[in-house]
Design a protein around this ligand. Structure first.
Ligand code: HEC
Length: 175
C-alpha cells in the first residue's frame, strides 16, 4: 500500500471514531422548556385570575396591611364575599350594588358607599370609610387587578367565582 492510501484510511478511521463518539457518548442536548408567562399578564383561567388577586391583595393592593388580624384596623375579609349578600339587604344600605359581586366592586372603588358599622373614620359616625378607593388613590389598581381581587375574595369565602375571564368562555367551550 502506498503512503497515500495509508493516510487516507487512517484519517477515515479517526473520523469514524469521532463520529461514533459524538453520536453515542455525548449526551444529546434537549432544549429547556420555555419559561411560563408572568402572572401579571392577562389571566386566561379562573386559577390564574385568583392567583393574580392573591398577589394584588398581599402586594400592590396593600389590602393585607389593613385587613389582617394583626392590624385590626379593618374588618377581616375571609367571608366578605358571603357577607356581601346580607350587606346589600340591610336597611341602612344606600349603595348601588344589586348583587354580591357588585358590592365587592363598590367596596373597592367607592368605599364610603357603605361603611361597615364601627369601622368608619374617627368622628364621622361611620359615614366615611378610612379605606382609600383603589383606583384613585396611590394603590392605583387597573380593571383586571380589581376583578382578580374580587375573584380571590370569592374563592376565599368559598362562593362561586362570578368574574368572567376574557377568553375563558371560549376555552371552556372548547372542552
Ligand atoms: C388603609 C386601610 C385599608 C386598605 C389599604 C384597604 N382597606 Fe378595605 N377596608 C378598610 C376599612 C377600615 C373598611 C371598613 C369600612 C368600610 O366599610 O369601608 C374596609 C372595607 C372593605 C370591604 C367591605 C367589607 C365588608 O365586610 O363589607 C372590602 C370588600 C374591602 N375593604 C376590600 C379591600 C381590598 C380588596 C383592599 C386592597 C385592594 C383593601 N380593602 C384595602 C381599610 C382598608
Amino acid at each position: 500500500m502506498n503512503n497515500f492510501i495509508k493516510v487516507a484510511l487512517f484519517s477515515l478511521f479517526i473520523i469514524g471514531v469521532y463520529t461514533l463518539y459524538s453520536v453515542k457518548i455525548i449526551p444529546p442536548i434537549t432544549p429547556e422548556e420555555p419559561p411560563k408567562e408572568e402572572a401579571s399578564g392577562q389571566p386566561a383561567t379562573v386559577e390564574e385570575l385568583v392567583a393574580l388577586g392573591e398577589q394584588v391583595y398581599n402586594g400592590k393592593g396593600a389590602c393585607a396591611l389593613c385587613h389582617s388580624p394583626v392590624a385590626g384596623r379593618a374588618p377581616l375579609l375571609e367571608n366578605a364575599a358571603l357577607i356581601a349578600e346580607d350587606r346589600i339587604k340591610e336597611r341602612g344600605y344606600k349603595g348601588k350594588a344589586a348583587n354580591a359581586e357588585e358590592y365587592l366592586f363598590e367596596s373597592l372603588v367607592d368605599p364610603s358607599a357603605y361603611v361597615v358599622p364601627g369601622f368608619g373614620a374617627a368622628g364621622t359616625k361611620d359615614t366615611v370609610s378610612p379605606m382609600p378607593a383603589v383606583v384613585e388613590s396611590a394603590i392605583g389598581l387597573n380593571r383586571t387587578e380589581i376583578d382578580a381581587v374580587i375573584a380571590y375574595l370569592q374563592q376565599l369565602a368559598g362562593v362561586e367565582v362570578t368574574i368572567e375571564v376574557e377568553g375563558l368562555k371560549t376555552e371552556e367551550a372548547a372542552r
